[in-house]
Design a protein around this ligand. Structure first.
Ligand code: NOJ
Length: 737
């Protein structure tokens, strides 16, 4: 029995590369056979017809494959289609080098999970890892090798529509989520047949465009860049992300795609990144529009020199690299390095062994939209919901009541799967009406009305509102489903007014005038300014865009079959004038003081957000003890145990996210008033108490000091614990070093 077992273990540990020699030797031998043109071909990527996020400029991409001038295709998916394209590469080209297929698998492939910002509200790293794993599972079965995710851009400006794709405003939490998503997509070792390669994007600081306008310039201090914006990219790379995508923006005038400091000094020398760098869509060409390259040739030179390995959709490398080498404006060695990195990825994916490894229709069939995916889709969706407000415990709803279900999202299936919904089929999504009807199980009564269009384009507002008001008057409670259509968030979807569209607000006003209690169910891809909604609705349920199982997940929460536990990962402003608004702010020399005019504040609005970072209610209550510290002096090498006892003091079992923050009171540079350093999710039965602790070490206290050194400085620190970033208990200790 032993021998076959050893043989079996041997074979299963080398299943991918059994027929080809070891990677380095194999690639060296292959590259020795490649012409310069064939090498440059590996550095080109073109889109298939299926989906495009810019101007498609290469209708003849199939001819390019035949000529050996393409290394990768994006937007091609489906076992059959990818097989067809792969066949062109491996049967027609001289060296038969397989293509690598990349696609935006952002929050699911066919089964759609909540948008990433929504999912981050679960604060559940295992759950997010699982979403990425299941998305990878489906995508890999449909011929996709590589996803352009996770997007880990920190975003503190809700005007920017791509805030929907990230994990919110906090670098520490964003880093943990980035790691979880990379692990989920890739698994332990990149290349498994049921996973995809990850691509951390958009490097760097794409989430901080000036004025929240997509693609706009970024300009910030080096400290802000290093402390707030870079950590999630670094965390994703440490977690093994195989590839990195450059961002469209410039930072202080230098576009990322031409930024040698960013792509080579930082990424490769300091962070030791070993994978390959792809540009964003036509980002090399755009160096001309940025005004840093006079023509396509110079754009190519800048990008390759900076450290770009693969060009997405631009087609400039093929045109310009040979001449640039001839004129000694580019070094051949750079090209060789890039080609090697790309071939390594293909090797790790096992494509040299079997180019069709991921393109097998029979394998796909039982995997895609299978039961495990659907169950997870419901679970992750309900865990992403944030209960923002619940006056007089209006929620959960009583099944026996008459509910007026009103709003343009009641029967909506398209928008609930959100933007960037990959190959997801919205017709398979569960609408709110379907979810609520299933959950009430024949009890009570539901009346529905559209009430408003998504946006006021058809001019039928009054008639719709009147119908809704009549129905509301005969109901016990109004469940009002309002929000942004999905196209208002995502790429190229910045807004200056981050509100529920006006025609929908008119509906809210009219329903409020009926005096009926209102439960507002919100659908949106960004934090919204909810001043009016907070005034007029008795309960507010933030559901983002929850994906395929949306309606069931919302019904689970509305009827109390699931006790909501989501917490915001991004601050909700009172109004747009407060933007950017985030919890980790600094004190200023004149901190807010209501009694003193000459302090940092607005004349017409509070400094406080409507809903702070970390906020989210439950159908039960949690109370916090004072914060206990295991010592009041901390020395290098020591750990400090920070603990707090949390009690479920309400009437239901429930889950709480216990958050720990620090504040360095005096340092050589002013430090944020709060910085998240740990959290724990705990489930407590009603009446139950539990101690929650975290071990704080020197690492948690480090920052870039005045000399830009990553270090700690001795002195007093505050440590805080609570259920959101505003309502916290605190204690303090001294760091001695
Ligand atoms: C442009 C987007 O910025 C990027 O996130 C995406 O991966 C590419 N297009 C490919 O679709």
């Amino acid at each position: 029995m032993i021998r076959p077992l050893i043989l079996f273990l041997f074979l299963t540990s080398f299943p991918v590369h059994a027929a080809v020699p070891k990677m380095d030797t194999f690639i060296t031998q292959l590259m020795a056979k490649m012409t310069l043109e064939e090498k440059i071909g590996q550095m080109e990527q073109y889109t298939a017809e299926m989906a495009v996020t810019g101007n498609s400029i290469k209708g003849d991409y199939r001819d390019e494959i035949i000529k050996g001038r393409v290394g990768s295709i994006l937007n091609a998916h489906g076992a059959k289609f990818t097989r067809e394209l792969q066949k062109i590469a491996v049967e027609n080209t001289r060296l038969k080098i397989p293509l690598i297929f990349g696609y935006d698998v952002i929050h699911g492939f066919k089964t759609i999970f909540p948008i990433p910002l929504g999912e981050s509200s679960s604060w559940d790293l295992k759950l997010m890892e699982k979403s990425a794993r299941l998305a990878a599972n489906e995508a890999a079965a449909e011929g996709v090798h590589w996803t352009f995710a996770p997007m880990v851009d920190i975003a503190r400006d809700p005007r920017w529509g791509r805030i929907a794709e990230g994990a919110g405003e906090d670098p520490w939490l964003g880093s943990r989520i980035a790691e979880a998503r990379v692990r989920g997509f890739q698994g332990d070792v990149p290349g498994a047949q049921d996973r995809v390669l990850a691509c951390v994007k958009h490097f760097a600081a794409y989430g901080a465009p000036i004025a929240g306008r997509d693609y706009n310039s970024v300009d910030m201090s080096e400290r802000e860049l290093r402390e707030t914006y870079l950590p999630p990219y670094a965390a994703a790379i440490n977690a093994g992300a195989a590839t990195v995508m450059t961002s469209f923006n410039d930072i202080a005038g230098v576009p990322s795609t031409a930024n040698e400091w960013l792509l080579t000094d930082l990424l490769r020398r300091q962070w030791k990144f070993k994978g390959f760098v792809v540009t964003d869509y036509t980002a090399v060409n755009e160096l001309i529009q940025h005004g840093v390259a006079a023509d396509e040739k110079q754009a190519t030179q800048l990008a390759v020199r900076a450290g770009v390995d693969l060009e997405m959709q631009g087609g400039l490398f093929t045109k310009n690299v040979p001449a640039l080498i001839k004129e000694h404006k580019l070094n051949r060695a750079l090209i060789d390095k890039s080609v090697r990195r790309i071939l390594e990825a293909k090797y790790k994916l096992g494509l040299f062994n079997d180019p069709y490894r991921f393109s097998d229709e029979q394998r796909a069939q039982p995997i895609v939209m299978a039961r495990d995916k659907m169950e997870h889709a419901r679970e992750v969706a309900r865990r992403s919901i944030v209960l923002l407000k619940n006056s007089r415990s209006l929620l959960p709803l009583k099944r026996a009541s008459t509910i007026a279900l009103i709003g343009p999202f009641v029967d909506n299936q398209r928008d609930v799967i959100g933007n960037w919904s990959a190959a997801g089929d919205w017709k398979k999504a569960v609408s709110l009406a379907v979810g609520i009807n299933a959950a009430r199980a024949g009890q009570g009564k539901i009346v529905t009305a559209q009430g408003a269009e998504l946006v006021d384009s058809k001019g039928s507002t009054d008639a719709l509102i009147n119908e809704a008001v009549t129905k509301a008057k005969n109901a016990d409670v109004v469940v009002l489903a309002l929000g942004e259509p999905e196209w208002m968030s995502g790429e190229a979807a910045s807004r200056t007014r981050v509100r529920v569209p006006e025609n929908q607000q008119a509906l809210l006003r009219a329903l409020h005038a009926t005096g009926k209690p209102i439960v507002l169910v919100l659908f949106n891809g960004r934090p919204l300014a909810l001043e009016l909604e907070n005034e007029m609705a008795d309960a507010i349920v933030e559901t983002w865009f929850l994906g395929t199982q949306s309606g069931h997940a919302i019904a689970d929460v509305l009827f109390g079959d699931y006790n909501p536990a989501g917490k915001l990962t991004v601050t909700f402003p009172v109004n747009e004038g407060q933007i950017p608004i985030y919890y980790a702010t600094k004190l200023t020399g004149r901190p807010f003081n209501a009694k003193s005019k000459y302090t940092s504040k607005y004349l017409d609005a509070s400094n406080e957000p409507l809903f702070p970072f970390g906020w989210g209610l439950s159908y039960t209550n949690f109370t916090y003890s004072s914060v206990q510290l295991s010592r009041d002096r901390l020395r290098p090498g020591q750990k400090l145990k920070v603990s707090v006892t949390v009690t479920n003091s309400g009437a239901r079992d429930g889950e709480e996210t216990v958050q720990f923050y620090i504040h360095d009171l005096v340092a050589s540079v002013s430090r944020p008033v709060k910085q998240l350093r740990s959290f724990a999710k705990i489930f407590l039965k009603k009446g139950e108490s539990r101690e929650v602790a975290f071990e704080l070490s020197l690492e948690d206290l480090k920052f870039y000091n005045q000399a830009m050194k990553w270090t700690t400085e001795p002195g007093r620190f505050k440590v805080m614990a609570g259920g959101n970033s505003r309502d916290l208990k605190e204690a303090s200790f001294t760091l001695i070093n």
